[in-house]
Design a binder for this molecule. Structure first.
Ligand SMILES: [Cu+2]
Length: 166
């Protein structure tokens, strides 16, 4: 009987230990998730890291920065597929841009990494494939909301977000 009680006690202790570990992991995960989204108003610089993958998604669909900040933005492609098949870019558009019209023209601009002629873009990264990344720097535009997309054919429906400048 003593043995059984001893085993029960060990079991309870182990279970508690596991719970504590889970809670810790969850907390750390949230911290990582928020990293890079919000920048400090006093800071002159904002660092943004966006991950994309073979799943045709950006891991962030809302970015917040402040007017005049110097933004360093890195786009990572954590997948394995080549840029010919699952290429991604980050293309920030001016406010008045007709998204569908722009994306349609982008689809045809294969020789220019799917950036069409015109002046609708504020800034954009290179087109990258699995395992690659690209970093760009630019000044936050005037206050407002700006759409960003991946212009690889068929991607902008899912790969779309908004940069909010306060
Ligand atoms: Cu893409």
């Amino acid at each position: 009987m003593k043995k059984i009680i001893f085993f029960l006690l060990v079991f309870v202790l182990v279970s508690c230990g596991e719970n504590a570990d889970n809670k810790k992991n969850k907390f750390e995960y949230k911290k990582i998730e928020k990293k890079g989204i919000n920048s400090d108003k006093k800071s002159k610089e904002a660092v943004i890291i966006i991950n994309s993958s073979d799943l045709m998604k950006f891991d962030q669909n809302e970015l917040r920065v402040f007017e005049g900040q110097e933004i360093t933005l890195t786009l990572n492609h954590t997948g394995k597929m080549s840029k010919e098949i699952m290429g991604h870019n980050f293309v920030l558009l001016k406010k008045e841009t007709d998204l569908n019209d722009f994306a349609q023209r982008a689809m045809l601009a294969r020789e220019n990494e799917y950036i069409p002629d015109g002046d609708e873009t504020i800034v954009y990264t290179k087109l990258i494939g699995g395992g690659e990344s690209d970093t760009i720097t630019f000044s936050a535009p005037e206050k407002g909301s700006y759409t960003y997309i991946c212009t690889f054919p068929g991607h902008y429906g899912l790969m779309k977000g908004v940069l909010i400048v306060s």
